[in-house]
Structure formats: structure tokens, C-alpha cells
Ligand binder design. Structure first.
Ligand SMILES: NC(=O)c1ccc[n+]([C@@H]2O[C@H](COP(=O)([O-])OP(=O)(O)OC[C@H]3O[C@@H](n4cnc5c(N)ncnc54)[C@H](OP(=O)(O)O)[C@@H]3O)[C@@H](O)[C@H]2O)c1
Length: 255
């Protein structure tokens, strides 16, 4: 039975994916940002393969989180789901980074580098990643004026590029990115027009599905359909520059 780790499983799409996979009898490792937030997993935890905690805005906590996951054992699939949207300001994480970049890009990068390599990797992207195209000169927003929507779009472009980089670099791993659509979660808000079930179905299908369509790598998906990601996300030169920047910002080389 596949074992799946899902970041940000206390709420929204992560929680919905975890509930669906547990309901199908899979071993799911749940994640909360803190012991206090783990209380939100009280109903799912008894049927889960474990609960791990760590704030993804902190590199130290993210590293510790990777250790907790590795202690449970090797995962068959990891769904990098946790994310933040419109942060009112750049913020300053304990490591000095913009919160949006830290949670949405640096944390999945670090976890990818530090968790024993699974068979499948799924990264939650967004249709808004198309609006993130541009220069990699100031990805941590140290010199630009803060623009929350732009920062979110960029962070999702980077995580999409990361998914496609890994598909290229690790041929033995299935690595894909998913746009869940605009769905009514804490992040999406009550006005979201998308279907919550369709919002989590693609990532669970990519995590455990065995049909030919689900066992491919390097895709950008929306509702189980492959779509074209932003050109930069699949540009090897952009991918290499991004990987170098992420290695420099985290102090961890992925390759
Ligand atoms: N909803 C949409 O319309 C939409 C559209 C496109 C893409 N997405 C993407 O889909 C993913 C899931 O979104 P969602 O709508 O389910 O969001 P959500 O309802 O806000 O849930 C986000 C999850 O991430 C966790 N999280 C946030 N910051 C964290 C941190 N610093 N450390 C640890 N955990 C943290 C949250 O924990 P807490 O419960 O403790 O806050 C929660 O479990 C995100 O990557 C998002 O960018 C969503």
C-alpha cells in the first residue's frame, strides 16, 4: 500500500487529499505547522501513518520536518501542498527570507532535497504562475517594492519549474505540477467557483494512480488534463539558474 506524505494537511486541499487517500486505505503521513495546529488532525490522525510538525517558513523547522518524515520511513509519494497566498508584506522569516518565497518555494525545495527520494513528487502550482515570468535577479524581494500577487505568481512559477527540473534530472521519479483551480478553501475564499473535489483529485491520482496517464513525469496538470505551463518553467536554462539560486538561498544543493 503506497505511503504518501502531504504537507499542509490541516486544512483545504491538503486535508481533502489526505481524507480521500485515507478513505481509500492508503498510508498517509499528515503535516501540521505546530503541535497546536495538529489538533485539527484529530479526526484523521487515528487512521494515518503518522503526524509530523514544522513551520515551513523556518528552514530549521523544515529540516527537522524532513528528519521526522525519514524516521517514519521512505515515502512512495510526496504531495507538496502547503502554501500561502497574498501576504500583506514581504515579511522576514527567521532566515531573512520573504515569507511567500520561503513557504511556497524554499520549503518544497528543502524537503525535496532532504526527504529520502520517493517514487512520485507532486507540487501544487496555480494558474497564476503564468503571471510570474521574468527575471530571477531578486527572487527574495530584497530590492523590489512588495507586490503580493506578483510574489505568489513567481513562487508558483518556481515550484512548477522545480517539478519539471526534477522530471528531467531524476528519470526514476515521476515529478509533476498541479493547478487545482480556484476552489473554496481558506486560501481560495468563499467566492471561489471551482469544485473542491476536482481540486484535490488530480494530486491524489498522480500520487497513487497506476493507469498509464497517471504514471508520467514532467506534466503540468489541471483536472487530470495536461496543460502547457509557462515557457520559463520548462526552459532548461531557467531551471538551472533557478536551482542555483535556490541552492544559494538554502545552503543545500539538490544535485
Ligand atoms: N484554493 C485555491 O483556489 C488554490 C488555487 C491555486 C493553487 N492553490 C494551491 O493549493 C495549495 C493548497 O491551497 P489551499 O487552498 O488548500 O490553502 P489553505 O486552505 O489556506 O491551506 C493551506 C495549508 O498550508 C498550511 N500552511 C500554510 N503556511 C504554512 C507554514 N508556514 N507551515 C506549515 N504549514 C503551512 C496551512 O496550515 P494552517 O491550517 O495551519 O494555516 C494549511 O494546512 C497551495 O499551495 C495553494 O497555493 C490553491
Amino acid at each position: 500500500m503506497p505511503r504518501i506524505f502531504i504537507t499542509g494537511s490541516t486544512d483545504g486541499l491538503g486535508r481533502a487529499a489526505a481524507g480521500a487517500l485515507i478513505g481509500e486505505g492508503h498510508d498517509v503521513v499528515l503535516h501540521a505547522r505546530s503541535r497546536e495546529r495538529a489538533a485539527a488532525l484529530r479526526d484523521l490522525a487515528p487512521d494515518a501513518a503518522g503526524v509530523v510538525t514544522g513551520d515551513l517558513s523556518s528552514a530549521a523547522e523544515t529540516r527537522d520536518l524532513a528528519d521526522q518524515v525519514n524516521e517514519i520511513g521512505r515515502m512512495d509519494a510526496v504531495i507538496h501542498n502547503a502554501g500561502v497566498y497574498l501576504e500583506p508584506s514581504r515579511g522576514m522569516t527567521a532566515d531573512g527570507h520573504a515569507t511567500t518565497l520561503a513557504v511556497n518555494t524554499l520549503a518544497p525545495y528543502l524537503l525535496t532535497a532532504l526527504i529520502d527520494r520517493p517514487d512520485r513528487l507532486i507540487y501544487l502550482s496555480s494558474g497564476l504562475h503564468h503571471a510570474g515570468a521574468g527575471s530571477l535577479r531578486d527572487i527574495d524581494w530584497t530590492s523590489r517594492s512588495w507586490n503580493a500577487a506578483r510574489a505568489y505568481s513567481e513562487s508558483k512559477l518556481y515550484v512548477t519549474a522545480l517539478a519539471l527540473t526534477l522530471a528531467r534530472a531524476w528519470p526514476d521519479v515521476l515529478s509533476n505540477a498541479v493547478d487545482p483551480g480556484w476552489v473554496p478553501t481558506k486560501m481560495g475564499g468563499p467566492g471561489a467557483t471551482g469544485d473542491l473535489r476536482m481540486g484535490h483529485l488530480t494530486q491524489t491520482w498522480l500520487a497513487v494512480g497506476n493507469d498509464a496517464a497517471a504514471t508520467v513525469s514532467g506534466g503540468y496538470w489541471y483536472h487530470r488534463q495536461r496543460q502547457a505551463p509557462a515557457p520559463q518553467a520548462r526552459d532548461p536554462a531557467f531551471q538551472d539558474q533557478l536551482t542555483d539560486r535556490l541552492a544559494a538561498l538554502t545552503g543545500i544543493a539538490l544535485f
